[in-house]
Design a protein around this ligand. Sequence first.
Ligand SMILES: NC(=O)c1ccc[n+]([C@@H]2O[C@H](COP(=O)([O-])OP(=O)(O)OC[C@H]3O[C@@H](n4cnc5c(N)ncnc54)[C@H](O)[C@@H]3O)[C@@H](O)[C@H]2O)c1
Length: 361
Amino acid sequence: MRTVAVVGTGLIGTSAALALTGRGLTVHLEDADPDAARTAASLGAGTTEPPVEPVDLAIVAVPPALVGKVLADCQRRGLARHYTDVASVKAGPRGEVTGLGCDTVHYIGGHPMAGREQSGPLAARADLFEGRPWVLTPTPDTDTETLNAALELVALCGAMPVVMDAAAHDRAVALVSHAPQLLSSLVAARLEHADETAVRLSGQGVRDVTRIAASDPRMWLDILSANAAVVADVLDEVATDLGAAVSALRSLAAGDEAGRQAGVAGIEAVMRRGNQGQARIPGKHGAPPTRYETVTVAIGDQPGELGRLFGEVARAGVNIEDVAIDHAAGQRVGLVQLSVAPAAARQLEATLRAHGWDVRD
Ligand SMILES: NC(=O)c1ccc[n+]([C@@H]2O[C@H](COP(=O)([O-])OP(=O)(O)OC[C@H]3O[C@@H](n4cnc5c(N)ncnc54)[C@H](O)[C@@H]3O)[C@@H](O)[C@H]2O)c1
C-alpha cells in the first residue's frame, strides 16, 4: 500500500494519517470543514491536494451516522480501490452502506479500539492505535484484497486486527464498554444528593466503580444512540440480576432461618459469577489474565516519594505490573498497591522493609 485518502480529518482520521505518513505513505486529506483538513496537513498528516488517480485505500473517518452517505459519495467519485471506515458501531453503518447500494465487495468495516476525550485534528497522535485492538467487520462479499488492505492499515498503525461480524461487534462493545459506562453513571448518580458526610467516606471501591462516570454526556449520547437497542438488551439482563440481588437482600433482612439461607445463596451466587467474569478480563498486552500479588506500601504525600519507591523496586529487579494508590481521607499518607509476579512478592516486601519502607500486610 502506497497511497491512502482520509475522509474526515478529526481525531481518528488524523491519527491514522499521522501514523501512515510516518511510515512513508502518501496521504490525501479531506474534510467537510476545510480548516480541519488544513490543520491536519499542517501537523504533517498529509496533503490537502486531491489524488490524481484512485488511491489504494480510503479511510472514512466521519461520525457513524454519515458513514454510508460519505462512502457512497467516495465510491461515486472513484476515490480508491478499497474502502474502510472507523465508526465505533458497525451494524447501523453497515445497514446504510447496503441500503444506499454501495459497492460492498471493496468495503470492509473497521473500528480502532482507541480514543481520547478530545476530538478534532489537534488531539490526534501518531501512536494512538499502538498495541490496541482494531476490529474489522467484513461484509458477506468483502473480497480478500480489501481485507488484506485493511490488515495492512492496521499493521502500519501498530494495532492488532480482530475480525468479527458487525452485529457481534456491537454486542461486544455494548457488554464491555457501553453498558459499563451507564452502570458507572447510575452508581455515581446515587451520590448526587447524598449527605456530605456519606460522600466523604468514599474509598477506593466507589472510586473504581465510578471513575468513568466523569465522561462527557454529549459524546456518550452519540455512542449510545447508535447502539441503543443492544445496550438496552444488556441492561435488561443486568436488571434481572439486580432484581434477584434485591430479593436475596430482602430475604437476609427478614431474619428468619429459611430467608437467611435463600439470601446467602443468592448473594453468594452473584458474587461468584462476578469473580468468574472478572477473572476473564485479559491482562496486560491482551495476555491471558494473570493473578498478581499485591505489595502494599504506605508513603508520605510529598514530592518524589513515588519516584523513590519505584526506584527501590527497580533496584530489587522486580517489574511493577500495575499500580493503584488509595488515598486515606484527611491523612497525609497514601497506600500504594504494587501488583507484582507472585514469585517476587515476599522477597520484595522483605527488601523494602529492610530499606525502611512502611510495608503493610
Ligand atoms: N473519538 C473516539 O474515541 C473514537 C474511537 C474510535 C472510533 N471513533 C469513530 O471515529 C469516527 C470519527 O470520530 P472522531 O473522534 O475522529 O470525530 P471528530 O469529530 O474528531 O472528527 C470527525 C470529522 O469528520 C468531519 N466530517 C463530518 N462530516 C463529514 C463529511 N460529510 N465529509 C467529510 N468530513 C466530514 C468533521 O468535520 C470532523 O473533522 C467516528 O465514526 C467515531 O465513531 C471515535
